[in-house]
Design a protein around this ligand. Structure first.
Ligand code: EPZ
Length: 416
């Protein structure tokens, strides 16, 4: 089991290049199933989840060639319409093959994803949407078995905002017979990036980025080239790290227009932020001021940045409230932060953090992807050495994180 050892106390200075967005790359990789033509992708992050998705597609018969951050896919010869449990259990995003498989091949067998650390995370909205489009769906032996001669356009209103639910049904609708309208759709930028890729493949989609997306089904989609958008959560994570540790960093190859809420919160915490084209710079010369956050669907404060702000608040001046409204169990990092001396009280989905001037390094354990990022940030500012166990969670979503942080002056190394 690999671990990270961090000597706290260094400020962060320098430049860091932001990678492609994991949560855009994963659905876009699945979009390759919608056509027999080649799909050329660029700026695909080199992450464990992306590698798992490539393997999942390859075992279906998709030809996949990855060279650095470029991935070429061709689903010309699919011979298996199944996503097996052993792959789905490690990466819930595997559910995103369901819509494309039913849309193009009329059938799919996808394992029900188990729960995960942050919540039960059902996929009932994905299933209900496909049923509304005419799919026959049976759940048997832990698998979703979906069949449809040809999906039909439908009006679907989501009971609650679901990012991959919106993505799965948007992909399914591109080849359906007729028009599909998705209401109460997710507005996340990753949904928009997927829509751009699908449109390049010949799909007819309007309204992506708003809460109503209209898709007019076509007979076939064709190949395309697409560059994956930058990762807004990786961007936010590095900015919070510098705001907590102090220093002056510049992110390159990123986008500020999709981080408004996070940038505002960082300014509220006392950071100075400059945006210029595809760069974001942050300077922090004093101890941060505690900031309240409440997670909600985009464009509100992202749940994937909640744990990172909890680490910032743990060392900030004053007290703050963090309210998690999306997932029912996304406070797994609280226990670990407490081991470093953080003062945090939790009541249901609300945490109250009283900032400490100093955290003490200790051995702690990562429980999920963004919790791991939170613990890295806490380790950067804690006094002495912090060792983080189970960092395979981190490798799922952050490309070469210790190399990027070391380049900014952090004392961080991976130990076997
Ligand atoms: C996506 O997960 C992201 N993953 C998550 O990022 C992110 O935290 C989440 O959206 C919220 O922004 C990917 O894009 C691959 P949801 P997703 O469906 O789509 C409930 C990370 O760290 N729900 O928007 O699975 C669900 O339980 C990951 O990169 C249903 O009840 O999340 C949750 O409470 C973690 N039924 C809420 O909706 C459904 O059918 C939002 O979930 C679907 C969802």
């Amino acid at each position: 089991m690999q671990r990270l050892a961090i000597q706290g106390g260094n400020r962060l200075n320098g430049e860091v290049r932001i990678s492609g967005a994991k949560n855009a790359a994963l659905p876009i990789l699945c979009a390759s199933l919608l056509t027999g033509d080649p799909l050329q992708l660029d700026n695909v992050p080199d992450l464990n989840d992306v590698a798992t998705m490539r393997k999942l597609l390859q075992q279906m018969g998709v030809a996949v060639e990855a060279t650095g951050n470029q991935v070429a896919l061709s689903a010309a010869h699919i011979d298996k319409l199944e996503a097996p449990y052993d792959m789905v259990k490690t990466m819930r995003a595997a559910i995103l093959v369901l819509g494309p498989l039913v849309a193009r091949f009329g059938e799919a067998r996808v394992s029900l994803p188990g729960g995960c650390a942050i919540g039960s995370r059902p996929v009932d909205l994905h299933i209900k949407g496909l049923q509304a489009m005419g799919a026959e769906i049976h759940i048997e032996h832990g698998y979703i078995h979906a069949q449809a001669k040809r999906l039909k356009g439908a009006r679907i209103c989501f009971d609650l905002v679901s990012v991959t639910g919106t993505e799965n049904l948007m992909m399914a609708a591109t080849l359906a017979d007729g028009v599909t309208v998705l209401e109460n759709a997710a507005r996340e930028p990753e949904v928009v990036d997927l829509a751009y890729c699908l449109i390049a493949m010949g799909a007819k989609i309007e309204g992506a980025g708003s809460d109503t997306i209209t898709i007019a089904g076509v007979e076939k989609l064709h190949g395309a080239s697409h560059r994956v958008m930058p990762d807004r959560i990786e961007s936010g994570t590095f900015l919070v790290a510098a705001a907590a540790a102090g220093g002056s960093i510049t992110l390159t190859g990123t986008r500020a227009d999709i981080l408004d809420n996070v940038l505002e919160k960082l300014q509220e915490a006392g950071a100075t932020i400059q945006v210029a084209g595809s760069t974001i710079s942050l300077q922090m010369s004093k101890r941060p001021t505690a900031v309240n956050v409440r997670t909600a669907p985009y464009p509100a404060f992202p749940t994937d940045m909640q744990a990172q702000f909890m680490a910032l608040n743990a060392v900030a001046e004053g007290s703050a409230m963090v309210v998690e409204t999306i997932f029912e169990n996304r406070f797994m990092h609280v226990q670990e932060l407490r081991r470093l001396g953080a003062q945090i009280d939790v009541e249901g989905n609300t945490a109250v953090i009283r900032g400490c001037a100093q955290l003490e390094g200790a051995t702690i354990m990562a429980t999920d992807l963004r919790a791991s990022a939170c613990l890295v940030i806490a380790g950067l500012v804690a006094q002495g050495e912090t060792v983080i166990d189970r960092i395979y969670h981190l490798d799922r979503g952050y490309e070469h994180i210790e190399a990027k942080l070391s380049a900014l002056g952090a004392q961080i190394r991976r130990i076997k």
